[in-house]
Ligand binder design. Structure first.
Ligand SMILES: Cc1ncc(COP(=O)(O)O)c(C=O)c1O
Length: 373
């Protein structure tokens, strides 16, 4: 394959995902030297004054951007989103017969619930679904008022299902996986017990997971909880109990600068709405040439999933779609292997202009291929 340069591609990958060009450039500079120190980020000690400043500034920026109340800690942790599947029950369950409530709305919340079963009794809030296309009405929810917490994944990356309202779970602390829609919309942090997000989709590269946790939920970890998953240890050590993924924290800080320069979360929210509606409009006005299985109310603004050539998708047309998109530099549009079809991931770094290019391609592709349906 001929070599491509970054300016000629649009990376619609589901994560790790596109990093804004300005940030890539700053990362390059930081590889050589951070803040005039003469030492690059890859070679800087996590106990150095330079890294200590990066660590603090990054959490300060997150606190300001999300307006995080003073009674919440912001932790920068190892282990990815999957690490939190274990850390959450290990830190939050309480009582002799601990129970936790899980909304299962797709692949990731299903995995989280399975992992939690190792540590507590898991109550599934929703009836079992044959396919993940939305969230059943509140009248069908079975919440347990005695649960230690209620868990949900706000944006299911594989299925393209997103909650657009915060579920009302009464007094039980609400725990949310925002890995794939973090900082794409405004959040009232005070409604949550805990929010977490891996950085590698909306706010940087793989290697750091942001955990925002209310102080009263810290300090109750199971005695067998691995030390690097223990929120108290991490909070007491400002997330530097051991060697963190320093480069990922550095990149996170630079992406946050970029978000601030773009106009903060308000701007990200506006862009997300504009980008995703461009694609959903094409799908909805295609007379069935394109088909999105997700119910309108729960369509993701981050991961637009769709079939080409009808409800089941036409294998040949879908392959052709991927090939032709790739020729135009539009990459990683193939849906997750477990569901097939297409998935366009429109994280913060994807510009409205790039989404527009995909929209134009979808219209042209439909025009040339509609007869083959
Ligand atoms: C919503 C969501 N949660 C959790 C995960 C798991 O993250 P990780 O690969 O960092 O463990 C993913 C991965 O894509 C995800 O999309």
């Amino acid at each position: 394959m001929a070599a491509r340069n970054p300016e000629s591609v649009i990376n619609f990958a589901p994560g790790p995902a596109k990093i804004p060009a300005e940030v890539r450039k700053r990362v390059q500079d930081g590889i050589h030297s951070i803040n005039g120190s003469g030492v690059g980020i890859l070679e800087t000690s996590h106990r150095s004054s330079q890294y200590t400043a990066i660590n603090k500034e990054t959490t300060d920026k997150l606190r300001t951007l999300l307006n995080v109340p003073a009674n919440y800690k912001i932790l920068l942790m190892h282990g990815g989103g999957s690490g939190q599947f274990s850390a959450i029950p290990l830190n939050l369950v309480k009582g002799d017969n601990p129970t936790a409530d899980y909304f299962v709305t797709g692949t990731w919340s299903n995995k989280a619930a399975k992992e939690a079963e190792k540590y507590c009794k898991v109550n599934k809030v929703l009836p079992k679904m044959d396919s993940y296309t939305g969230v059943p009405h509140q009248s069908e929810w079975k919440l347990n008022p005695e649960a230690s917490y209620v868990y949900y994944c706000e944006n299911e990356t594989v299925h393209g299902v997103e909650f657009h309202d915060v579920p009302d779970t009464g007094k039980v602390p609400l725990v949310c996986d925002m890995s794939s829609n973090f900082l794409s919309h405004e959040v009232d942090v005070s409604r949550y017990g805990l929010i977490y997000a891996g950085a590698q989709k909306n706010v940087g590269c793989a290697g750091v997971t942001i955990v925002i946790v209310r102080e009263d939920l810290i300090g109750h970890a199971d005695s067998k909880c691995p030390i690097i998953l223990d929120y108290k240890q991490m909070a007491d050590m400002d997330s530097v109990y051991n060697t963190p993924c320093t480069v990922a924290v550095y990149v996170l800080g630079l992406v946050l600068d970029w978000i601030i320069a773009q106009g903060g979360i308000k701007a990200m929210n506006k862009n997300s709405a504009a980008k995703s509606s461009m694609l959903y409009n094409v799908i909805d006005q295609s007379n069935g040439f394109y088909y999105c299985p997700v119910k309108d109310k729960f369509r993701s603004r981050m991961n637009v999933t769709f079939r080409v050539g009808g409800v089941e998708g036409d294998k040949k047309l879908e392959e052709k779609f991927i090939e032709e998109a790739s020729l135009r530099g539009m990459l990683s549009l193939k849906g997750h292997r477990s569901v097939g079809g297409m998935r366009a991931s429109l994280y913060n770094a994807i510009t409205t202009e790039e989404a527009k290019q995909l929209q134009t391609f979808m219209l042209e592709f439909m025009k040339s291929n509609v007869h083959e349906q």
